[in-house]
Design a protein. Structure first.
Length: 113
């Protein structure tokens, strides 16, 4: 996912609109649409403002994570998918361990078929 797809996924997760984000960072909302369409990364200061307003790291919006072990940049999990299934993950996490393990095993076996 590119920067703007991650921004949009985060907006959806937080229940915010592009217009609200634009107002909070002093940005024209149409520029968000243009960025999405073109896949461009905004200027560094704008990208930092967006990350700050959304309460996420810039690395997460860039889909990168700095590995502290060897100072290399590695791809991050698909944020959009994680956010899409977050409520299911929460419910799974609240289940008793034996039920959780059984469901995970079932999903794993189903995936392998």
């Amino acid at each position: 996912m590119n920067f703007w797809e991650n921004v949009v996924a985060e907006l959806e997760f937080q229940g915010k609109t592009r217009k609200e984000l634009a107002a909070e960072i002093g940005f024209d909302a149409s520029n968000i649409g243009k960025g999405e369409k073109n896949g461009n990364i905004p200027a560094a200061d704008t990208a930092l403002k967006i990350a700050f307003v959304l309460g996420v790291s810039l690395e997460s919006l860039l889909n990168m994570e700095l590995s502290k072990k060897n100072n290399t940049v590695q791809p991050q999990l698909d944020i959009k998918l994680c956010k899409k299934y977050y409520s299911i993950i929460q419910k799974l996490n609240e289940m008793p361990d034996n039920t959780k393990n059984l469901l995970c095993k079932l999903i794993s076996e189903w995936k392998d078929k």
